[in-house]
Design a protein around this ligand. Structure first.
Ligand SMILES: Cc1cc2nc3c(=O)[nH]c(=O)nc-3n(C[C@H](O)[C@H](O)[C@H](O)COP(=O)(O)O)c2cc1C
Length: 337
């Protein structure tokens, strides 16, 4: 998108409630995406056995139902992650469920995995013409008991396997009760064991091994990070995304909407997300690639993630505050590095 354009459109969008602005932006992108799109000079990176045209991706949650893949791809992303999708459709939490904190370049959301369910989601994926690397982020339905969570993940994995460039196992959203408990050692070991076994069968059946990526929270302590790294190694997970949104309110407590429930994203979580990324990099010692997300608002933030151990980065909140030019800015900063 031409650099000026988003700065003109942003005040209009910010005058609307965030969920309406979000829907309107994506509708506009569907109509105009090809015209307003940007080409990013190729800077191929090989990660998880896949060739990424550039290292800057779209984080999950912006296109939960995989309805806008072509318009988003036209913005120049090196890869696009859609979802989180669950086995059955579900409405998510009551509105309002997303809040802007502009003074902090942050958002708080408690969407709660609103999505059309994996079958309708796959029909949307099938309609996209883009043939780039599509990550599909999977989760559990809110009303599936936690002890049966693995059934939901395995069901989604089986259904999305053929369509996915990689599959992300999301156990780190704060808006599904108990989900983050799946990051605990014994739960994680059992869950990844089931998922990894399912992947082996699928790889044989489909004649391709689709990479599995684990997405973790920023609100983790050292011992938990070590346990997660252990489970990632044991079950041969192909990459880790650090991180999802945060339950912390440090730096935003006193701001309007700062006390809303949900996951905090954007600038205030950058340091914590990068610390978790760096800790994972130490634990995994270059054996398992990492994808850095959380608080990338400028090219320099993307460089920080790579310096901390990331091979790829993902954007969400930065796109809301900076517009799609942020993609090229990050790609250029990483190319210069
Ligand atoms: C409104 C919103 C919805 C999100 N939904 C999802 C989701 O469905 N699944 C997921 O794994 N992450 C979701 N995320 C987390 C982002 O993918 C990303 O990990 C996080 O926001 C940190 O990056 P950021 O600071 O650049 O936004 C969501 C984030 C936001 C702001």
């Amino acid at each position: 998108m031409p650099a000026m354009l988003y700065s003109l459109v942003r005040p209009l969008l910010f005058s609307l409630d965030p969920e309406t602005a979000h829907a309107l932006t994506l509708k506009g992108a569907d109509l105009l995406g090809g015209l307003l799109g940007s080409a990013i000079p190729p800077q191929p990176v090989r990660v998880m056995g896949l060739e990424f045209p550039n290292p800057v991706g779209l984080a999950a949650g912006l296109d939960k139902n995989a309805e806008h893949i072509d318009a988003l791809a036209a913005q120049g992303f090196g890869f696009i992650e859609v979802g989180t999708v669950t086995p059955r459709p579900q409405p998510g939490n009551p509105k309002p469920r997303i809040f802007r904190l502009p003074r902090a370049n942050a958002l708080i959301n408690r969407f709660g995995f609103n999505n059309v369910g994996v079958e309708a989601f796959l029909a949307n994926v099938a309609r996209a013409r883009w043939r780039g690397i599509l990550g599909i982020n999977i989760g559990k339905n809110f009303d599936t008991p936690l002890e049966r969570a693995a059934d939901d993940y395995v069901h989604c994995l089986e259904r999305v396997y053929a369509a996915a460039g990689y599959v992300t196992i999301n156990i780190s959203s704060p808006n599904t009760k108990g989900l983050r408990g799946l990051q605990e050692k014994s739960e994680l070991d059992a869950l990844l064991g089931r998922i990894a076994a399912s992947r082996e069968g699928l790889a044989d059946r489909h004649g391709k091994r689709v990479p599995l990526v684990l997405k973790v929270a920023p609100d983790l302590e050292g011992p938990q990070i070590a346990d997660i790294a252990g489970a990632v190694r044991t079950h041969r997970i192909d990459a880790v995304i650090a991180t999802n949104t945060s339950l912390s309110r440090v730096g935003v407590e006193s701001l309007p909407h700062g006390a809303e429930q949900g996951g905090l994203s954007g600038a205030p979580i950058k340091a914590r997300a990068t610390a978790v990324l760096a800790a994972l990099a130490r634990e995994l010692a270059g054996e398992v690639p990492l994808i850095g997300a959380g608080g990338i608002l400028h090219g320099a933030d993307a460089v920080e993630k790579v310096a901390a151990g990331a091979s790829l980065v993902q954007l969400y909140t930065g796109l809301v505050y900076r517009g799609p030019d942020l993609i090229a800015e990050c790609a250029a900063a990483l190319a210069r590095r």
